[in-house]
Design a protein around this ligand. Sequence first.
Ligand code: NDP
Length: 237
Amino acid sequence: MSDFQGKSVLVLGGSRGIGAAIVRRFASDGAKVVFTYNGSREAAEQLAADTGTSAVATDSSDRDAVIARVRDSGPLDILVVNAGIAVFGDALDIDPDEIDRLIRINVSTPYHASVEAARQMPEGGRIIVIGSVNGDRMPIPGMASYALSKSALQGMARGLARDFGPRGITINIVQPGPIDTDANPEDGPMRELMHSFMAIKRHGRPEEVAGMVAWLAGPEAGFVTGAMHTIDGAFGA
Ligand code: NDP
């Protein structure tokens, strides 16, 4: 178990699902945690009350608002960028504005937030971004924009690892497979298809992803950077 006593953590998109599990994990390990939310104020306030953390409203599609939030929360020891959305449908029919919003939330904000966090981060700082196994493998139609966005994070981590490495700051991508959340409930209509691709035929739990994030944020992972860490029951194998 990692100990994050006294560490300052910001989780972008922490009100539900994987983000909420990450908030719970860092809080229970002693960190001072601030997390953002957008639509789920009630869930965010409840989580903050349960965990002794702070919830702040910040829309991840608003670049300048996120940059200001990261700046005003600094200096951070750990930044986790979790907020992400998917847009489903025929690529020929989807509203281009929806695609551009996805790219802002899933790609642009992770980039700008990571750069802003690194400005004030001390040596040993950690940046962890939640990507997806769909950055490596997209076996179904209708999600090209999502796959595009999660692949883009891979190049971002490789490049920013070079920029931040000399200061002892690491940046890594965690790539989950199907995880049981509101966005991808295990009892949803895609269950059988998704499990057919997997060696461990179940959805992962948000806490399992939080465990990988905690390891990457901890002292044992100081030599791990610019890398993708897949946790997917062999969905992508
Ligand atoms: P959920 O939809 O269950 O939760 C999404 C979280 O992100 C919520 O806390 C939500 O906050 C926040 N969020 C979404 N949009 C914004 C925004 N514009 N501004 C601020 N916060 C926002 O998703 P998951 O927990 O399933 O997914 C979390 C991450 O994991 C995403 O990046 C996703 O792509 C990735 N992932 C998920 C997988 C899965 O199977 N579940 C598989 C692979 C990757 P609020 O409700 O307050 O708006």
